[in-house]
Design a protein around this ligand. Structure first.
Ligand code: GLV
Length: 322
């Protein structure tokens, strides 16, 4: 008998077909989001799960799923998974690193340019039929070229964002828990600075840290007060790293010039203040969503699940934090 596995959300057919060669698969191609109760019932006699960031995998759930051996997330971020609880129960957890760095970096640049040059605001104006003709002072934006880009969190995606900044002839500064090797700094043309210097000097500050208790509200009112009032803030990493209420207040008061956000605290709901502001570009957590990349992510998660349940050695096994 093949091991039973659950696929919690809709996936591409090639990933389902691949899983079907190894497992007795319960899919969810209707893509109905599962409440914790529904998920616990669906997983009760499963050995594996292909999950997304919409499902919370915690001790309360694991306690109800005694046969579960592996949870393979279709995402590089894994703040929806309690790794300690998984480890304690002998459940392997995996993510999808590497395959989405370039697409996420591309999208970060889409947010940078759209926010600095007011692209969505200008388009909305035009679509609303308000355009009566060319004006010298229409939709004056902020130049990206030759500006100072600050990168908070210099992992794979942060580095890919830095490399793209060369085309705009920018000064690139970064802050990270660990300073990178001189070789990587050189390849990214990026200089390491303290958090305070990053906040003070960045014209554009972009966040690329994972979300964890250590990065919760890493950018709050205190940090925003240290930024230039002309600066823009970009987040295509995770909600919760920025204090959204503090950001809404800073944008309203003119303490920051704008923000480009793909992720939010309490997704899919967002702070209502964002919707009232014209100086924000808002997208629904789609930074990695190019067709090719989302296919690669689903396939890599499926490969992890097959390896986990057949060899016990998935390529992207996550270790609990020490
Ligand atoms: C998307 O947000 C991911 O973590 O892959």
């Amino acid at each position: 008998m093949k091991p039973k596995i659950l696929v919690t959300r809709e996936v591409f057919s090639e990933a389902l077909n691949f899983l079907g060669q190894h497992f007795d698969v319960t899919p969810n191609q209707a893509d109905t989001p599962m409440s914790p109760e529904v998920l616990a019932t669906a997983l009760a006699d499963m050995e594996g799960a292909l999950t997304t960031l919409s499902e919370r995998i915690d001790e309360a759930l694991l306690a109800k799923c005694p046969k579960l051996k592996a949870v393979c997330n279709i995402a590089v971020g894994y703040n929806n998974i309690d790794l300690k609880a998984c480890h304690a129960r002998g459940v392997m957890a995996t993510n999808t690193p590497g395959v989405l760095d370039d697409s996420t970096a591309d999208f970060t640049w889409a947010l940078i340019l759209a926010t600095a040059r007011r692209v969505t605001e200008a388009e909305q104006y035009l679509r609303a039929g308000k355009w009566t003709g060319w004006k010298l002072k229409q939709f004056l934006g902020t130049d990206v070229h030759h500006a100072t880009l600050g990168i908070l969190g210099m992992g794979r995606v942060g580095q890919a964002v830095a490399r793209r900044a060369r085309g705009f002839e920018m000064t690139v500064l970064y802050h990270n828990t660990r300073r990178l090797s001189a070789e990587i700094e050189k390849s990214c043309h990026a200089a390491y600075v303290s958090m305070d210097e990053l906040l003070a000097r960045a014209d554009i500050l972009t966040v690329h840290t994972p979300y964890s208790p250590a990065t919760h509200h890493l950018l709050g009112a205190t940090q925003m007060a240290k930024m230039k009032s002309t600066a823009i803030l970009i987040n295509a990493a995770r909600g919760g790293v920025i204090d959204d209420a503090a950001l809404v207040a800073a944008l309203k008061q003119g303490a920051l010039a704008g923000a480009g956000l793909d992720v939010f605290e309490n997704e899919p709901s967002l702070h209502p203040g964002f919707l009232k502001l014209s100086n924000v570009v808002l997208t629904p957590h789609v930074a990695s969503s190019s067709e090719a990349t989302r296919r690669r992510m689903a396939m890599l998660a499926a490969e992890n699940l097959v390896a986990a349940l057949t060899t016990g050695k998935p390529p992207n096994l996550l270790h609990p934090p020490v």
